[in-house]
Ligand binder design. Structure first.
Ligand code: SP5
Ligand code: ZN
Length: 339
């Protein structure tokens, strides 16, 4: 399997997040990639650089004003006299206006963000763009005839919506890959999201569409991040009705129950008649993950890879979460090698 990755990810570093009432270094850190790269090397899976795509390519799933904000945010923060890591502290919740984007950087940041856990630092945009280009490249390679590719993306993407960022995600890599597959001739694309957290951004982007099926297995939003999307009664809207499917599972879920949900999710994708697949591959379902609560062991990740491969579809796998850094390499490459 070809692997697409950019070392520019490392420019996104030094961020902090609000965790259990304290500001702590972000769980989403560059070391995650170092561990995955060394596991890929042990598996003799070489890495290639992404192609260059114009900014225009991002606008197939994202709002132009939002992309401009991400691109210029840190410079505006500096002009306003601040340094360090950018985090918002006020959001346009119910009862507040959302038809006006504040001119100042703090208000603008709160307008586009949906949590206080997704820092922007000086190098964030370079990493975000390279991550998106890796996903676009992986999709292009599959469209050109490769059976499967892995986009080793960092930062991750599945929480990022049409014009929102959060959950360590800025641009939606998986959504960009799915749209690229659509644009290059695959009529029906399925996105399978196995990250511990619901892929709210991907769901939002494709919610009214029938040409992209979104299926997600995740910790129930009743208690788990992102809290405000990912319930079982979300099924799509308008032309997209019936083309979103969520499997929220309780904290503490282990392999036996997970496997049943995954088998059902794969059946949905088979029934849909997808002709290409994008996998949002988070391994934060691992029992040792510091911010998640499923109980999968490292031995289960190859089983996930083998089950997904059973669909026999052209497939783009996209890296999402996974924060048990010392085991992340074995867990990710376990999925890929079995696939
Ligand atoms: C891509 C991805 O996996 N994003 C996850 C973002 C989660 N950020 C907020 C997590 C808040 C969870 N609080 C931890 C509770 C520990 N039991
Ligand atoms: Zn996650």
């Amino acid at each position: 399997m070809r692997v697409i990755h950019s070392p520019l990810h490392a420019r996104h570093d030094g961020g902090i997040e609000l965790h259990r009432g304290e500001l702590v270094p972000s769980f989403e850190m560059p070391a995650r990639i170092a561990y995955i790269l060394s596991a890929l090397e042990r598996a003799r899976m070489p890495v290639e650089a992404p192609r260059d795509f114009p900014l225009q390519a991002l606008l197939s799933v994202h709002d132009a004003g939002f992309v401009d904000f991400l691109r210029n945010a840190y410079a505006q923060w500096r002009v306003a006299g601040m340094s360090g890591s950018m985090l918002p502290s006020g959001f346009p919740a119910r009862g507040l206006r959302r038809d006006r984007i504040p001119a100042g950087i703090n208000g603008m940041m709160g307008y586009y963000a949906f949590d206080a856990g997704t820092p922007i630092v000086e190098g964030t945009w370079d990493a975000v763009l390279a991550s998106a280009q890796s996903a676009l490249t992986a999709a292009a390679v599959v469209a050109e005839g490769e059976r499967s590719t892995f986009a080793l993306c960092r930062p991750p993407g599945h929480h990022a919506g049409h014009s929102t960022y959060g959950g360590y995600c800025y641009l939606n890599n998986a959504a960009l890959a799915a749209q690229e597959l659509r644009d290059r001739g695959f009529a029906r694309v399925a996105v399978l999201d196995v990250d511990y957290h619901h892929g709210n951004g991907t769901q939002e982007i494709f919610y009214a569409r029938e040409d992209v099926l979104f299926v997600s297995i995740h910790g129930t939003p009743d208690t788990e991040y992102p809290y405000f999307l990912g319930y079982g009664d979300e099924r799509g809207i308008d032309a997209g009705e019936g083309f979103t499917r969520n499997f929220p599972l309780p904290a503490g879920t282990g392999w036996d129950d997970y496997r049943v949900a995954l088998a059902e999710a794969l059946e949905d994708i088979g029934r849909y008649g997808a002709d290409a697949l994008v996998v949002s591959l988070g391994v934060d379902t691992f029992e040792g993950d510091p911010i998640s609560a499923f109980k999968l062991g490292s031995r289960h990740f190859p089983q996930i890879g083998a089950m997904i491969a059973g669909l026999r579809l052209p497939t783009v796998l996209v890296q999402e979460g996974g924060y048990a850094v010392e085991e992340i390499g074995e867990n990710v490459v376990g999925v890929l090698a079995a696939f």
